[in-house]
Design a protein around this ligand. Structure first.
Ligand SMILES: Cc1cc2nc3c(=O)[nH]c(=O)nc-3n(C[C@H](O)[C@H](O)[C@H](O)COP(=O)(O)OP(=O)(O)OC[C@H]3O[C@@H](n4cnc5c(N)ncnc54)[C@H](O)[C@@H]3O)c2cc1C
Length: 433
C-alpha cells in the first residue's frame, strides 16, 4: 500500500484538524498489508475519522457492488461505496437502502461504524439492523460476522471502527416505489405544535426543520416534512453549486440568520403544500452545495446533536430556549422523533426526540454547547459521536450503558490499539493503559 505522508485532514466541521499518512487502496487484498483506522468520506463532523500523527486508510476506492439478488433485495458491497450511489443505482430497480443519513456522501463503512439513522428511524430503526453480514479485517484474522455473532457484531455496528477494518457488507434493501418522493410540508407555529405533529405523523419519512432564532410564542416554530416514495416523472434536479472560498465571519451573523430563517419559514404557505422531489433532493438536501462547510469560515463549526427520552421534551425545550437566547445558531437545525431501534453497543439512537443544531466555531458557541451537553446528561439523553467534538469521556461513558461491553470486544479485536482515532483517545473510550 502506498502512503501519502503528512496529509492535512479535517472532520466535516473543520474545527478539528489532523496530519496523517493516508493510503487509498484500490484492491481489497491490499488491506491485509497494514492495520490502521479505516475512514470513509470524513462526513463525521468532529474527530471520529481523524488520526493525528498516525495513519489512516481511505476506503473510498473500494466501492464495487459485488452481488445483488433481485428477488430478496440483498446486496453485497465493498464498503467504500457511498449510500448515495447505492440509492442511485438501486432506485430504478425498485429498491432503496432502508436507512439513509442526511448526506449521500457517507460510505457504507461509515454508515455501519456509526450505525446511522435516517428520517424513517421511528419505523425502520438504524442502519445496522439491516446488515446481515460484515467482512472484518483484524490484525491476524479476516472473518465474516453476522448478527448471530452477538458480541463482536454489536461492537462493530456503531463501533467507531475499533474492532477491525470493515471491507465488505451484505445489506437487506427495502422495496420502494422509488425514483421520486412526494413531500407534504406544513408549518408548525411553535414548540407544542411541532412536537404534536411529529408525534401524530404516520408517514414513512418525517423530519422537522426548526427556526432556532424564533423566540416567545414562536419558539420551536418550523416546517414539518412528511414523505413517501412514489413512481412518476422525475422533476429536473436543481443545479449543483459550490462554495468557492471560506466565507467571512459575518456571513452567518445573527441578523442574517434571523432574516434567512423568516424567509425559509414562509416559503411554505400557511395551508401547507405537497411537492414532488427527486429522491436525492429529499434525502440529501445539502449535497448539491459542494463544500457548504466553508460557509462557516476558516474556523469551521460544531454540530450539537442529542437525543432525549420521550418524557424529557421539556428539557429539550429548555435547550432550545438557551440556543435561541444565545443568537448563535445557524439555519441548520433539525428535530426528529426516534424509535428505539439500535444495533450496536455504542449506537446513538434511543426512543425520544433528537435535536441537531450547527454553530460557528466561536468561544461563546463552545461554552453554549458545553452547557447543552450538561443539560443532555441531566435529561438522561445521549450525544452523537458522529457529530461530537467537545464532550468529555465521563459524559459519554455515562450515556452509553454498554460502553464496557464494547471496550472489551474492541480490546480483544485490537489489543495494541492500532485502530484508535483522535475521538477514542480524546474521550479515553478504549480504556487503554
Ligand atoms: C450533511 C450531513 C448530514 C448528516 N446526516 C446524518 C443523519 O441524518 N443521520 C446520521 O446518523 N448521521 C448523519 N450524518 C453523519 C454521517 O452519516 C456519519 O458521520 C457517517 O459515519 C459518515 O460516513 P463517512 O463514510 O464519511 O465516515 P467517516 O466520517 O469517514 O468515518 C466515520 C467513522 O466510521 C469509521 N469507519 C469508516 N469506514 C470504516 C470501515 N470501512 N471500517 C471500519 N471503520 C470505518 C471511521 O473510523 C470513523 O470512526 C450526517 C453528516 C453530514 C455531513
Amino acid at each position: 500500500m502506498r502512503w501519502n505522508t503528512d496529509r492535512p485532514t479535517t472532520g466535516w466541521g473543520r474545527a478539528l484538524r489532523a496530519t496523517s499518512d493516508v493510503a487509498r487502496p484500490e484492491r481489497a487484498a491490499q488491506l491485509d498489508q497494514a492495520l490502521a483506522p479505516a475512514v470513509g468520506n470524513r462526513r463525521s463532523y468532529g474527530d471520529a475519522a481523524l488520526n493525528d500523527d498516525g495513519r489512516v486508510i481511505d476506503m473510498t476506492r473500494l466501492d464495487r457492488i459485488l452481488s445483488f439478488d433481485r428477488a430478496t433485495g440483498e446486496v453485497e458491497v465493498e464498503v467504500g461505496l457511498t449510500i448515495g450511489d447505492l440509492a442511485r443505482v438501486m432506485a430504478p430497480q425498485g429498491w432503496l437502502p432502508p436507512v439513509m443519513p442526511g448526506t449521500g456522501f457517507a460510505t457504507i463503512g461509515g454508515c455501519i461504524a456509526m450505525d446511522v439513522h435516517g428520517k424513517n428511524h421511528h419505523g425502520a430503526g438504524s442502519f445496522g439492523q439491516h446488515v446481515t453480514e460484515i467482512t472484518l479485517i483484524q490484525a491476524s484474522d479476516r472473518r465474516r460476522i453476522t448478527p448471530a455473532d452477538t458480541g463482536i457484531f454489536a461492537a462493530t455496528v456503531g463501533g467507531l471502527g475499533q474492532t477491525g477494518i470493515i471491507s465488505r457488507a451484505r445489506l437487506r434493501l427495502m422495496p420502494a416505489k422509488a425514483n421520486i418522493v412526494t413531500v407534504t410540508e406544513r408549518r408548525a407555529t411553535g414548540w407544542d405544535e411541532h412536537i404534536a405533529l411529529l408525534d401524530a405523523s404516520q408517514a414513512t419519512y418525517c423530519v422537522g426543520w426548526i427556526d432556532a432564532t424564533a423566540t416567545g410564542h414562536s419558539l420551536g416554530r418550523g416546517i414539518l416534512e412528511e414523505a413517501e416514495t412514489a413512481a412518476g416523472l422525475v422533476p429536473a434536479p436543481k443545479a449543483s453549486k459550490k462554495v468557492p472560498f471560506d466565507a467571512p465571519n459575518f456571513a452567518l451573523s445573527a441578523p442574517i440568520v434571523r432574516a434567512f430563517n423568516a424567509l425559509y419559514y414562509r416559503r411554505v404557505p400557511e395551508a401547507g403544500r405537497t411537492v414532488v422531489k427527486p429522491i436525492q433532493e429529499f434525502f440529501f438536501p445539502l449535497d448539491r452545495i459542494h463544500d457548504w462547510n466553508r460557509l462557516y469560515g476558516k474556523r469551521g463549526f460544531h454540530q450539537f446533536q442529542c437525543v432525549v427520552p420521550v418524557d424529557q421534551k421539556d428539557a429539550l425545550r429548555e435547550m432550545l430556549e438557551a440556543i435561541t437566547r444565545s443568537g448563535l445558531a445557524s439555519p441548520l437545525a433539525v428535530l426528529k422523533r426516534m424509535g428505539p431501534g439500535r444495533a450496536g453497543y455504542m449506537s446513538f439512537p434511543m426512543e425520544g426526540y433528537t435535536l441537531a443544531v450547527d454553530f460557528p466555531n466561536r468561544h461563546a458557541a463552545v461554552k453554549l454547547i458545553e452547557r447543552l451537553e450538561q443539560m443532555t446528561v441531566a435529561a438522561k439523553g445521549r450525544l452523537y459521536l458522529a457529530k461530537d467534538s467537545l464532550a468529555t469521556g465521563d459524559q459519554i461513558k455515562a450515556m452509553y450503558p454498554d460502553h464496557a461491553l464494547w471496550a472489551d470486544e474492541a480490546a480483544k479485536a485490537d489489543p495494541t490499539g492500532a485502530l484508535q482515532t483522535d475521538l477514542t483517545r480524546r474521550l479515553d473510550l478504549r480504556d487503554m493503559p
